[in-house]
Each structure stands twice: as structure tokens, then as C-alpha cells.
Design a binder for this molecule. Structure first.
Ligand code: ZN
Length: 328
């Protein structure tokens, strides 16, 4: 079990012992944060007839009782996994889960439903789930997982207990980031870079800071994007990367904010950058990117390629319109 999950396990163990577990738990966090591990641990615990506990550690399923064995072979009648078909989770599946939860548990005490990728619920599915969340049946627990809480209806979120999983940032990766970013700068500036990252890391827990592969993709993406901004070249490469990487839209936003931050730092810095983007241009870029992201998030069925092409054209337009400002 990932070490940062333990505090959540401890709290849930306590609630379990006191019979005050929430009826609906929404586990959020980036990919790789351990959402599914935590959910599975809880579902196993709820299924078990004789949970065990080593002093100081969270409760866990015994792994040997009848219901534990059924759970292990995926044949426990008191648990249901709701799995999205392709890109959406429909109303029929949710209705089935609702009626499943109406019945009392056959073998154990609890009935459990796990909804992975709950952001894929259609509006009708989400509304059907809302009824169950408003009038939960006894001893039933719904666990929802998502890595994009903004795509869930606020009414769903407000009726669940939200557990936000934040992985600890690897020291080694931090160092690596600081080195990569600082290599082209003077030692004075690289100190600034390290500090910036330290602050940044404390605020956010992102996959590019915890996963080496994602980090390399991020560095590569950043190079392409910045190259595009400065030289107006590599449009199709940028489009390809935006389309193929699930983090790309957030990265566009993040890198743009980073450039703005460098601008502000440079204002009091005695060492000027060879070229820097004007704050006004960066603000315009930021608005264009935020709008593009909004469109994509609010219409999941929109043609992503088309929206991304439009976004890159808009970025290009901002740069062209401001070509005289850019080097000021
Ligand atoms: Zn057991």
C-alpha cells in the first residue's frame, strides 16, 4: 500500500469501528495516486467477517473467511463493480446498482458498489445515482473514483465524502527537475528555480512530479510549446502532442503561468533573459488557453481534434498580433 494512503486508511478504519462510515465516498486524485488501491482495501474490509488489526495499523480483511474468499474470486454477491462501457456510464447500469443496493446483504453486513471513472456517468446516470445518494439504504456504501472531479455534477460531489489523495513527491525527481530546469541558467537563477519548484510542489501534487515517464513527456511538451511561441514553428508537432497527451491542456496552462511567473521574477532580477514574452501577451495566451480547456471540459463529446486545432490557431493569432510587443 502506498505510504500516503495510510492516513486515509486510519480514518476510515476508525469510522468503520464506530459504525459511522459515510454512505458515499468519492476518492479523487491524479492517475497513480492509489485511488483504486484505497477503494479495494475498503471494499475488502467491508466484505470481511473477521477484520484484523495489528496495533497502530489500519484494519484489514482477514483474507480467510468465506466472504473474503468469495471477494478474492470476484464472486461475492454483496459487491458490484460498475464499469463504463467505452466512454460513458449509462443510466441502466446505475439503475441496476440502485436496485442492487435496495436488497439486504446476502452473506455479510454491507452491500458495496464501486464506480471507477465516475466522471463518465451520463447526466441521466448521475441523476439516477443522486436519488440513491439522497436516500441511502442501510449498510450500503458507494465508492466513486475520479481523476477529474470537475466533470462530476456538483450535486453528486456535495452528497459524498470527498477523499483527495495526494502522493508524496519523490525527492529524487525533485532534484532531477531542478537540475533539468536550472542547467541553462546561472547559479543564482538556478537557486530561484529550485525555490520556485519547492513552493510549487508544496501546493500541488502532479503526475509529472511523481512519475519519471510523465516528467519526461512534460519536459518534451514544454520544449515544443515554448519553441512554438518563440519561433512560430512546429504547429503540427504541438497539435499532435496536445491530442496524444492527457495532461497537455493543463500543461499549456501551467507552462504559460510559469512563463508569467518568470517574467515577474525577472522584473527585480539583474540578469535579463535573451528573449522574454511580455506580460500582456502572456495574459492573452492564458485567457485563450483557459477558454479552450473550458470548451473541451464542458462538451466531452465535442470533436477534440477540431477544438485543439482552434486553440493552437488562437495561440498563434495572439503571438502574431503582438509580434512587436514580444521582444520588448
Ligand atoms: Zn475475512
Amino acid at each position: 500500500m502506498k505510504p500516503w494512503l495510510i492516513e486515509h486508511q486510519q480514518r476510515l478504519s476508525q469510522q468503520f469501528s464506530q459504525h459511522i462510515l459515510p454512505h458515499a465516498i468519492l476518492i479523487t486524485g491524479v492517475k497513480g495516486a492509489g485511488k483504486l488501491s484505497l477503494a479495494q482495501w475498503l471494499i475488502k474490509l467491508l466484505a470481511c467477517q473477521k477484520p484484523t488489526q495489528i496495533q497502530g495499523e489500519p484494519l484489514r480483511a482477514c483474507g480467510q473467511c468465506k466472504t473474503c474468499l468469495l471477494e478474492r474470486s470476484n464472486t461475492l454477491p454483496d459487491h458490484l463493480n460498475l464499469i463504463a462501457e467505452k466512454t460513458s456510464l449509462g443510466v441502466d447500469e446505475v439503475r441496476y446498482a440502485n436496485s442492487f443496493l435496495q436488497k439486504t446483504a446476502q452473506l455479510g453486513t454491507y452491500k458495496t458498489v464501486l464506480i471507477a471513472h465516475s466522471e463518465l456517468m451520463t447526466i441521466a446516470a448521475a441523476n439516477a445515482l443522486l436519488k440513491t445518494l439522497e436516500e441511502p439504504t442501510d449498510n450500503s456504501i458507494i465508492v466513486l473514483l475520479t481523476d477529474d472531479i470537475e466533470r462530476l455534477l456538483p450535486t453528486i460531489v456535495s452528497r459524498t465524502r470527498v477523499l483527495n489523495i495526494r502522493p508524496v513527491v519523490g525527492q529524487a525527481l525533485m532534484k532531477n527537475l531542478a537540475e533539468t530546469e536550472g542547467s541553462a541558467l546561472t547559479s543564482l537563477e538556478s537557486n530561484v528555480t529550485v525555490n520556485q519548484h519547492a513552493g510549487f510542489v508544496n501546493l500541488t501534487q502532479l503526475p509529472e512530479l511523481t512519475d519519471q515517464v510523465v516528467n519526461e513527456e512534460f519536459q518534451h511538451f514544454k520544449q515544443t510549446y515554448i519553441g512554438f511561441l518563440y519561433h512560430q514553428q512546429g504547429e503540427s508537432l504541438l497539435l499532435q502532442q496536445v491530442l496524444s497527451n492527457e495532461h497537455s491542456l493543463r500543461w499549456l496552462e501551467q507552462i504559460t503561468v510559469g512563463l508569467q511567473r518568470e517574467n515577474l521574477l525577472n522584473a527585480t532580477d539583474s540578469v535579463p533573459k535573451p528573449i522574454k514574452l511580455n506580460s500582456q501577451v502572456l495574459n492573452q495566451l492564458y485567457k485563450v488557453i483557459i477558454n479552450g480547456c473550458k470548451v473541451i471540459k464542458s462538451y466531452p463529446q465535442a470533436n477534440k481534434q477540431f477544438v485543439c486545432e482552434q486553440l493552437i490557431i488562437s495561440i498563434s493569432d495572439v503571438m502574431a498580433a503582438n509580434s512587436t510587443l514580444i521582444k520588448n
